[in-house]
Design a protein around this ligand. Sequence first.
Ligand code: HEC
Ligand code: HEC
Ligand code: HEC
Ligand code: HEC
Length: 459
Amino acid sequence: MKKVLLIALGLAVVVAAAAIYYTRSPGAKPAAAQKLTIHFTCDTSGRLEPCGCFTGQHGGLTRLMTWLEARPERHDTLMVDVGGALAGVNDYDLIQYRYLARGYQEMGFEALNMGAAEAAIPAKTIASLSSTSAVPLVSASLVDATTRKEILDPYRIVEKGGRRIGILGVVSPTSVTDPGEGLAVLSLDEAIGRHLPALREKTDLIVLLAFAKEAELRRLARDYYELALILGGDVGGPAQDMIRENDSIVLYTTNEARTVGTLTATLDGQPRTRLLDPVYEITLLEESIPQHVDLQELVREFRDEIRSTPLAVDDPDAVDPSAIPGVQPPATYVGSATCQSCHPKAYETWEKSGHGHAFETLEKKGSDADPHCIQCHTVGFGRPSGYRRPFGKEKLVDVGCESCHGPASEHVAHFRDGKKTAFKFRPVGPGDCVTCHHGEFSRPFDWDKFWPLIEHGKE
Ligand code: HEC
Ligand code: HEC
Ligand code: HEC
Ligand code: HEC
């Protein structure tokens, strides 16, 4: 029985090897036309899941996975990210990137390109991101500032639909304002030019992942006929329609993992394979799409790791960029409970409001140790004397009085202890609200609607 199985297995290997040899050998007949679907994302900005700051939020990798699994494709698919998956340059952003890469791996992505966010971190850190990434990172643009050698693999070659597809990654220097330490960003032409001859040789079709502006994407399509598909980019919104320049197709998306671009085409043509009869769609990952349980599990793992890992922000005195050595800020945070005795009405209003329970909200989600969240759900996080992990200064949890009015130790010392001080709170108004109530983190902010719900101070 075992022997039969072994022989069968051996035969299968021979047949498979022959098939690969057949499609690869030069001069062989081209493989039959096959369909290919390409899904691409860009600018995920750390959004493993939607933050949940209001109901009705779109997007998140958690939804992308559910959506991808429900797709009816019966042919090969290729999935790639054009860059900007990283949320920022902090240690906790880098930890999160590992989970993003794992999420992309679970979905079956083949390559993650480096965008502007990734190009802002040091060369050494990029190398370590790559060593821990579950999906290959590619970049032909990011080079060592002294040796001018690539830090990552510039491209990947994968087999899809019987064709060899080259995935080349670039980021435009115009998109990178301040490259990370030890990094240089090659011009688009140098980055592409270095590898195009080899790729032309080794592949049937080339897909360029280009974190670059729309005009640059179009220009590349005009200048490099070999690039069958150019995916971007550093853009204001997703491409609504397919753009054709020369023989190339240009598509792009953005929007913090709220949208995914999809191109389905037939692989055919001589001497190089082209994408024939292309159909493009852009999908908004709506709230109605359930979040995938596997990725929610990954999010939980991320939260656990973040909770148990010491981070630079845990000592804000050490990291505050505006701090002048030896000079203490005049006022420090004292906590909302201190205000209660002299401002009982304001306190009562505040305690009943959402602001008075903002930390509890995070605890319920298990996000109460994640700096991505606590910066807006506590008092003075990341500033000297402000809220610190892990959970030391309980009095500085929630959106407290001092989240809006600023540190109040001097004010209290004046009125309670009779200390002579010239301290005055700065005026507070709508401009302070939108430091937290913006973008993905709030329903559209409207002072006339929001202020009456927390109104206080005139009593
Ligand atoms: C930029 C500031 C900011 C950040 C960062 C932030 N939040 Fe919020 N969050 C808010 C604001 C503002 C609201 C209230 C929004 C509103 O009322 O429309 C809110 C509300 C919430 C709510 C309550 C929603 C409801 O319907 O009652 C949850 C839950 C929440 N945030 C979770 C998170 C999590 C989890 C993170 C981190 C991934 C996070 N927040 C990061 C500002 C922020
Ligand atoms: C010992 C009593 C006392 C405590 C404690 C106290 N205050 Fe006051 N506060 C006052 C008095 C009295 C005034 C009115 C001063 C005036 O009218 O000039 C005032 C005025 C204010 C004002 C408006 C005037 C200004 O300077 O802009 C704000 C805002 C304020 N307090 C915030 C707070 C906050 C926040 C806390 C807690 C961190 C707090 N106060 C704690 C006594 C106190
Ligand atoms: C430090 C960040 C921050 C600032 C500044 C801020 N908010 Fe909020 N706001 C939040 C968070 C977080 C929540 C959600 C609290 C929760 O439900 O957990 C929230 C919720 C609210 C809500 C809904 C909850 C309720 O009680 O009805 C209103 C209204 C609101 N904020 C108004 C304002 C106004 C007006 C300002 C400016 C004067 C302001 N906020 C400034 C973070 C902030
Ligand atoms: C979400 C932001 C926010 C929070 C939290 C908040 N305040 Fe205020 N507070 C304001 C704003 C904005 C005004 C000014 C409103 C105006 O100009 O009409 C104000 C006004 C006041 C005033 C009157 C100021 C004056 O010039 O007369 C006092 C006193 C005050 N707040 C105390 C407190 C205390 C005490 C707490 C906590 C229990 C608190 N506030 C929490 C935003 C906030």
